[in-house]
Design a protein around this ligand. Structure first.
Ligand SMILES: [Zn+2]
Length: 536
């Protein structure tokens, strides 16, 4: 890198509307107005930081004051164009209301608007963060806006248009600038890295675009930082080290634990992250982004842009659950600064996702009801309670003694075990599509239907193993893809469902009342609309 390193945001500031990234609606309207020379005197650009408000205003200034005439395509070479690019034009008066609030020369400057431009066609006032003008400056601005001299253009920019008086709003053409999309930022970063002939990884630029959160300026300054951190190159591992991020892989593992509602492991995983000194606020932020990615994958079904792990997760979690987790994650981020420590904040947020899950609440309510009943019906004496407790203990012991030995000899045995054990999500779907082969010396061998081979990931395998080993410790699992010939639990269940549907359908069609109706109205029943309710 050269010693005279110019920050990228400045070096690559767009000089024409064509070079500008995004904001197509605003640009189209401005270009049309400029080319037809039908120009309003007041423009208000609103939007969050770094989306191009002042950049657009400067290009606009060149467009109206370029020495080759008003057009949407200023020459960029005449004295005026060059002056504007360098911030030296006397007829472009740039004011930042955020840094001028106390000082009242602002009012004076605005009162001077009536004097003609020094050399150009228009005198242009570019006022950034205009909502922060003092009251007297507002009045001066309003006075000029009400009766604008022909040579005046006001370009106002604000991040907070709600704070502007209606009298100002009603006298300006308003343009709402959008946050830039991830792709818009990513492609621009990629273009710049190419122009600079610097080494980079796509995944790193994508991460930067994500962190930029719609702001090109923030993304470019992050890119600057990463280039100097990586000594001229931008790599994902270095970016992560710089930002204190944990790897995507770990975030996916954490999400899987939450989705499987495995509270104990969620806690130990979080502790490990904290122990490694990870930034847990970012962990929660990354988890939130992951939920968003899974949700969009469920809708677009676009598997090119995403990892196979995200694709797997998108298949095992419902859209409703995702919404719930996302909302809890967002609230968790808001509360993070209030929690005693980052670790506590993250742990409580993750546990909330598990506790607020509808299934979990059903279980809790059932337990509650059981214990209520117990209190009402059985007013036990202390002695009886003690006796009961010891008999429960004995039962638990006897269960513990028998629970160590898995006995599977047939497919039927295996199906019973599938139904007994609490397999979660993808693991459940996977085991239901297996058939039993053999069980010798604690080695359980299964065949997985070829159609479901994509479920066979390290995650699902370890989940199945964990669930099995909780009750039957020491089992080793072998799953091979192959033909299951209609004998897996899942295949049997769907055959049963289909039979039930057909039965209902024929009952329905043979119903005399329906037959009469059909004859009277000469109508047909839409057979496909008949569905068997799962509860029947
Ligand atoms: Zn020019």
């Amino acid at each position: 890198m050269s010693q005279h390193y110019e920050v990228l945001a400045r070096k690559y500031r767009p000089h024409t509307f064509k070079e500008l990234v995004g904001q197509t609606h605003t640009v189209r309207t401005l270009v049309n107005a400029l080319d037809n020379n039908s120009l309003h005197h007041g423009f208000l650009f609103t939007g969050t930081r770094g989306v191009g408000k002042t950049t657009i205003a400067r290009i606009f200034a060149k467009s109206v004051n370029c020495e080759s005439g008003v057009s949407s395509n200023p020459c960029g070479k005449c004295e005026t164009c060059l002056e504007i690019d360098k911030g030296q034009s006397l007829d472009l008066i740039e004011l930042d209301a955020a840094s001028h609030t106390g000082v009242d020369n602002m009012r004076e400057i605005l009162e001077n608007a009536q004097y003609t431009p020094t050399k150009n066609l228009y005198k242009i006032y570019l006022i950034d963060e205009v909502h922060m003008l003092s009251k007297s400056s507002f009045n001066a601005l309003l006075k000029t806006l009400e009766e604008p001299p022909k040579h005046i253009k006001f370009l106002l920019a604000t991040t907070d248009p709600k704070k502007l008086p209606i009298t100002i709003l009603s006298r300006c053409l308003q343009f709402n600038l959008n946050k830039l999309s991830h792709d818009e930022i990513f492609n621009h970063l990629k273009y710049i890295m190419g122009e600079e002939s610097l080494e980079f990884e796509d995944s790193a630029l994508s991460k930067i675009a994500e962190f930029g959160n719609g702001s090109m300026r923030d993304s470019l300054s992050l890119l600057d930082q990463s280039i100097s951190y990586g000594n001229g190159s931008v790599k994902e591992s270095e970016l992560k080290a710089m930002l204190g991020l944990i790897s995507q892989n770990e975030i996916e593992q954490l999400a899987t634990l939450v989705i499987n509602r495995n509270a104990e492991e969620v806690l130990s995983f979080t502790r490990e992250l904290a122990h490694k000194g990870e930034n847990l606020t970012n962990t929660l932020k990354d988890l939130t982004s992951l939920f968003h990615k899974i949700a969009t994958t469920q809708i677009t079904k676009d598997t090119n842009q995403i990892s196979s792990e995200i694709n797997d997760l998108s298949k095992i979690i419902s859209a409703q659950d995702l919404q719930l987790y996302y909302q809890i994650a967002i609230n968790g981020q808001k509360d993070m600064h209030l929690s005693p420590s980052e670790q506590i904040g993250l742990e409580m947020t993750l546990l909330r996702m598990i506790a607020f899950h509808p299934d979990h609440q059903v279980i809790e309510k059932k337990n509650l009801k059981l214990s209520e009943n117990a209190n009402v019906n059985n007013k036990l004496t202390l002695k009886e309670t003690v006796q009961n407790t010891s008999s429960i203990k004995a039962k638990v012991e006897s269960i513990k003694k028998t629970e160590n030995q898995l006995e599977v000899k047939t497919q039927n045995d295996w199906e019973k075990i599938i139904k007994e054990l609490n397999f979660d999500g993808a693991a459940k779907m996977l085991v239901k599509n297996t058939v039993f082969n053999s069980f010798n010396n604690q080695n359980l061998s299964l065949t997985l239907s070829d159609d479901f081979v994509n479920l066979l990931t390290p995650n699902t395998q370890s989940s199945i193993k964990n669930t099995l080993n909780k009750i039957y410790p020491g089992i080793t699992l072998f799953i091979e893809p192959g033909q299951t010939n209609g004998s897996s639990l899942s295949q049997k269940e769907s055959v049963k469902k289909e039979q039930k549907r057909k039965q209902t359908e024929s009952q329905f069609l043979n119903d005399n009342g329906l037959k009469e109706l059909q004859e009277v109205f000469n109508s047909q029943v839409d057979i496909k609309s008949i569905k068997e309710s799962d509860n029947v």
